[in-house]
Design a protein around this ligand. Structure first.
Ligand SMILES: Nc1ncnc2c1ncn2[C@@H]1O[C@H](COP(=O)(O)OP(=O)(O)OP(=O)(O)O)[C@@H](O)[C@H]1O
Length: 250
């Protein structure tokens, strides 16, 4: 049985049940339910403003649903102690600009309880994944936008979490590095790490085990890339995305 077989674990790593979120009179998420199994790489797709980041924030416990429940690793969210159990890369980088990369890593490592030799080796390993090991002592304000994204990803990987929540992890990252990051995500998944991410990049969507399509706060489709293409009667994910997301066909 492969590590990302949906039946591998009875309890989903991510379990969203009937979740809704409103801002004033605007219903941003409307009765969303989805499950992600251990070892799965799950991609959330949807037009800009469809509610992907809002859903991610409910999963991480940064925001609270108006209705429904979110469970991560079996725990009802929000729950502060869960921050140690997953790696989170937000859409906007939460970094201390006046500190060096190493100081940023050390700060976040302290929240995760990493120290000593393990801290040193994990800092090296995480920075190597994003090809930043030679920029460890540079002040973050001197980093480019893409370098900041990469440092944010390194921070999410620091404590080798069993679950990664990544909001548009490859935005602003060049194609070569993007490919090597995806290779690393593939390796992590093989090792049993569960990953949920948002993306607008269709060839990244193809690499996911399953996809969830969100439009206007509703989950309009969920399944493997092949199933989504079949459902949208489309040759590519991009076409299916337009068909299923745009509601062009009945
Ligand atoms: N705190 C908030 N207060 C009011 N409206 C909000 C708030 N957060 C999000 N929204 C609204 O919720 C909707 C969904 O936003 P969200 O950021 O979840 O979209 P998204 O799918 O992640 O978009 P993108 O792909 O552009 O990142 C938008 O209309 C946004 O304006």
């Amino acid at each position: 049985m492969s590590a990302h077989d949906v039946s591998a674990s009875a309890v989903p790593v991510i379990d969203v049940q009937g979740v809704s979120r409103r801002f004033g009179s605007h219903t941003v998420l409307d009765d969303i339910s989805l499950q992600v199994a251990r070892g799965e790489l799950f991609g959330l797709l949807g037009p800009s403003g469809s509610g992907k980041t809002t859903l991610i924030k409910l999963m991480t416990g940064i925001d609270k649903a108006d209705g429904g429940t979110v469970r991560m690793l079996g725990e009802r969210m929000p729950k502060l102690a869960m921050l140690q159990r997953f790696g989170y890369m937000a859409q906007s980088d939460a970094l201390y600009n006046e500190l060096t990369a190493k100081e940023n890593l050390t700060f976040f490592a302290s929240l995760y309880g990493l120290k000593g030799e393990r801290l040193r080796s994990r800092m090296q390993a995480s920075m190597a994944v994003v090809h930043l090991e030679d920029h460890m002592n540079k002040t973050v304000s001197a980093y480019s936008g893409g370098m900041k994204r990469r440092l944010s990803l390194a921070i999410a990987l620091l404590h080798e979490p069993e679950l990664l929540v990544l909001d548009e992890p490859t935005v602003g990252i060049d194609p070569v590095l993007r490919q090597s990051i995806w290779q690393e995500l593939g390796e992590l998944r093989k090792g049993g790490t569960t990953i949920i991410l948002t993306t607008h990049v269709m060839d990244e969507a193809e690499k996911c085990d399953r996809l969830g399509l969100i439009r206007d706060g509703k989950l309009t489709a969920a399944g493997s890339p092949e199933a989504i293409k079949r459902q949208g009667r489309a040759a590519t994910i991009e076409e299916a995305f337009i068909t299923l997301g745009g509601g062009v066909r009945s």
